[in-house]
Design a protein around this ligand. Structure first.
Ligand code: SF4
Length: 450
């Protein structure tokens, strides 16, 4: 029988060892947890512990793997380094943790270099501008979450390294930037999870954007719907939040709630459904996106159920991402050909309304690249890829081919079919107008891996 939990109580690594859940974990797992959680951020809450994990066999549970560090998230040598340092001084341990985190590629895809905008002489804090129409805004009070996902590519935001944090103390600079860049129609308020803030704080960040006429859509990136649905249901602060949503819609801007939904199980609790209804009643739209993760959701049946259940609840399936090359990504990695196979199988099981989901998509340095299929060109297998979004706008829609590689799990692992370099790797060369850069394959294999 589930305990009803209506008050938010975070659970840290230290706190977990004092709770009854700890007793359900094997001795081997406890050792893994105590070592890996030194490096990887860990935070859950009583609601997710109670509602999403099967405590009769937790270590086989996909939601457990989504929330708890696992063996294989650190390499053997990293694990041994931390284990040894735990028996040394606190300075040694801190240094071992720092070195290990550096090895985990904390800022992939040029996040700390190529995406940070300037205004005059100023480098702007807490804003990223990668694609012409969309800017990301990171309010400093929103750089944590109701629980942490073990895969999260935003993990450097959570580990207390000030130099790694992307954050803005207020919205004024971002507003000035938007006024100078009227091509930006969408702002994504993200984190962490911006809905970790109370509504008064959130309002302080959001209201200035309502006065920017060129801005058409305000997006929130959040997992609060499933990690803490009572954020939308209980008390004065929830009512304030929903009023803020209504005010955004009443201002004439579109409010797009970008929900992180990783597994179909997340939609089961009745309070999650109630939270979704409450958000939609404000006039906001909800879209869902998540990465494909080995050990968690690498099963087309799970995705098909997630997308079908989303559509039934009025949520638009949006993206199936490829897990980014950061943090413990080696544990979650799915080869690109297999990712395409899972996507194709999942999308073939859902009705047309759920086929709004695009994937598998790599959010890479040059842009969002979707794997469209596995094709055969003059007897050679290849991956057919296409830019959905790009740092360089003329790349959008361009199709390109890469040699089939059974082990490739990211764009950087691929080589162009026929040799040379990909067109987007060419530095200092003028870009050509958008045009398919390929010849029709002799036979489309339609996602079937032979
Ligand atoms: S809720 Fe979102 S930002 Fe927070 S850890 Fe999960 S994926 Fe990352």
């Amino acid at each position: 029988m589930l305990r009803s939990i209506t008050q938010y109580r975070p659970v840290t690594a230290k706190k977990l060892t004092e709770l009854r859940y700890w007793d359900n974990l094997s001795v081997d797992y406890r050792k893994t947890f105590l070592v890996a959680s030194e490096v990887l951020p860990f935070r859950v809450n009583e609601y997710v512990l109670e509602n999403f994990i099967d405590w009769s066999a937790p270590e086989d549970d996909p939601m457990f793997r989504l929330l708890f560090p696992q063996e294989g998230m650190l390499t053997r040598s990293q694990f041994a380094r931390i284990e040894a340092a735990q028996n040394a001084t606190s300075t040694d341990l801190r240094e071992a943790v720092r070195v290990t985190r550096e090895e985990l590629n904390p800022h992939p895809a040029g996040q700390m270099t190529d995406n940070i905008p300037t205004l005059g002489e100023d480098i702007l804090d807490g804003i990223q501008h990668k694609y012409a129409e969309t800017a990301l805004f990171f309010p400093s009070a929103g750089q944590t979450c109701h629980a942490y996902c073990s895969f999260c590519f935003r993990w450097p935001q959570f580990v207390g390294e000030p130099a790694w944090k992307i954050q803005a103390r207020e919205a004024a600079q971002a507003v000035s930037y938007l006024r100078c860049h009227q091509e930006i129609t969408d702002i994504l308020i993200t984190g962490g999870d911006p809905l970790i803030m109370n509504s008064k704080n959130l309002r302080r960040y959001v209201e200035p954007f309502l006065a920017v006429e060129s801005l058409k859509t305000i997006r929130f990136g959040s997992k609060a719907v499933t990690y803490w649905p009572h954020r939308f249901l209980a008390g004065e602060d929830a009512a304030d939040l929903l009023s803020l949503f209504e005010e955004i819609v009443a201002s004439g801007k579109s409010l797009a709630f970008m929900a992180h939904l990783t597994h179909s199980r997340e939609l089961e609790p009745p309070e999650v459904k109630a939270a979704i209804n409450a958000i939609r009643a404000t006039g906001a739209t909800i879209r869902t996106q998540a990465p494909l993760l080995k050990h968690v959701n690498d099963d087309p049946v799970v995705w098909a159920k997630l997308w079908t259940d989303c559509s039934a609840l009025g949520i638009y399936p949006y993206y199936m991402f490829v897990e980014r090359d950061t943090g413990p990504s080696g544990y979650f990695r799915v080869p690109l050909w297999r990712a395409h196979e899972i996507y194709s199988s999942a999308i073939s099981r859902v009705s047309g309304l759920s086929r709004t989901a695009r994937g598998p998509v790599m959010s890479s340095h040059p842009g969002k690249v979707v794997i469209d299929g596995i094709v055969e060109v003059h007897g050679q297998r290849a991956l057919s890829l296409r830019f959905l979004q790009a740092r360089e706008p003329t790349f959008v829609g361009r199709v390109f081919l890469a040699e089939f590689d059974e082990t490739a799990s990211w764009l950087d692992d691929l080589r162009p079919l026929g040799g040379g370099e990909f067109f987007f790797e060419a530095r200092g060369k003028p870009t050509e107008p958008a045009a398919p850069q390929w010849t029709a394959p002799e036979r489309i294999m339609g996602g079937v891996h032979a």
